[in-house]
Design a protein around this ligand. Structure first.
Ligand code: GLY
Length: 369
């Protein structure tokens, strides 16, 4: 299988996303040409360290690259001030200088936290993303959004800081538990739904075989990254088009908040449910035909994704409360709820004038259903 290379065009900060098998074992050779001295600092989590860290360190050592590694606890609670402070201080202790390279080796939590640490360390050092989950390969490792969670909400403190290179090793997805893989799939399907109907058709025909077929996985990751790279190149700081990447996310963020960011609902699961609700809302507002939400739901269901509110274990708050939680989303502008809606599959757009009562009725019916 060959390596796919997707460029993210951002002038002097352009970089490549390399996608293929065996990239962890090749990481030393991939990273070496970017280094000004043979020294990197790797930050990972306990799960990824157990499965893959020895191989990464061996690959770096094979090229004569000196590497120290910090292993953080796995899980969303790592993405806060405490581990952020620990990481930045550890990087300083490692004497990481502005010309050195930091390596973020893990899923979205590690990528966001380490990217933010790299953004502020000595006012900005370069970093490489080696994403190890489907979600981080297709979304969070690309595009330079970094940050941490605070008591006030998720990702409210952060910076845009683009990586210097992204290495997406398709082989690591084979070791993911099914639930994590499906959660990442919520973000994959999002790309078809927001802007590429042909990709959604392809997913309908091929995605069920993806978990066991590296070639299909590589194509799905590549197409997702191509779409994200194009959008980020045109709108790095989310003045316009980049907001389309938030399809399903206004619903998702409210549901994540309602479930306490717990194991009851993984982010990508919330995205899948949110996409189904966004298409349902679009249909109710007369923007798209009933066929569109029906196809979205049928495909997510066939994949084994969470689709309905009843798929979330435990009780949820009422529609009024969920609507209020949506109002706290950081994408709210001047108090107006902003939704990504669709005129059909692959035809999403930003709407800032959605009537709250239509959303509330939709939620009330979804809660009853
Ligand atoms: N995950 C959405 C974005 O990168 O803009």
């Amino acid at each position: 299988m060959t390596l796919d290379v997707v460029p993210v065009e951002l002038g002097s900060r352009s970089y490549e996303v390399r996608i293929g098998p065996g990239l962890i074992d090749a990481a030393g050779a991939q990273i070496l040409p970017l280094l000004r001295r043979r020294k990197v600092a790797v930050v990972t989590d306990e799960t990824v360290a157990r499965l893959h860290l020895d191989r990464l360190l061996a690959a770096l050592a094979a090229e004569g690259i000196e590497a120290s590694a910090l292993t953080l606890p796995a899980g969303e609670s790592t993405k806060g001030w405490a581990e952020f402070a620990r990481t930045t201080e550890w990087l300083l202790e490692q004497k990481i200088e502005r010309r050195d390279m930091v390596v973020a080796f893990g899923g979205g939590v590690i990528g966001d936290l380490v990217g933010f640490a790299a953004a502020v360390l000595r006012r900005g050092v370069r970093f490489v993303q080696i994403p190890t989950t489907l979600l981080s390969q297709v979304d969070s490792s690309v595009g330079g959004k970094t940050g941490i969670n605070t008591a006030q909400g998720k990702n409210l403190v952060g910076a845009f800081h683009q990586p210097t290179l992204v290495l997406a090793d398709i082989d690591v997805l084979g070791s993911l538990p099914g639930r994590d893989f499906l959660a990442g799939y919520g973000e994959v399907v999002k790309y078809g739904l927001l802007g590429d109907a042909t990709f959604f058709d392809w997913l309908e025909s091929n995605a069920s075989a993806m978990a066991g077929d590296a070639g299909l996985r590589q194509y799905a990751v590549r197409r997702s990254v191509e779409m994200k790279a194009g959008i980020v190149s045109r709108d790095e700081t989310e003045e316009g088009e980049r907001a389309l990447l938030n399809l399903g996310h206004t619903f998702c963020h409210a549901l994540e908040k309602a479930t306490g960011y717990s194991d009851r609902l993984l982010h990508g699961e919330g995205v899948a449910i949110g996409c189904a609700l966004a298409f349902e809302l679009s249909q109710r507002l007369g923007l798209c035909a009933q066929e569109a939400p029906s196809r979205v739901r049928a495909h997510l269901r066939a994949m084994g994704c969470k689709v309905d509110l009843k798929d979330i274990p435990g009780d949820l708050p009422d529609a009024e409360t969920l609507l209020a939680l949506m109002g706290q989303d950081k994408k709210v502008i001047d108090g107006q709820l902003r939704f990504i809606l669709a005129r059909g599959i692959g035809e999403a757009f930003v709407a800032s004038d959605v009537p709250g009562d239509v959303v509330k009725n939709l939620l009330a019916e979804a809660l009853a259903g």
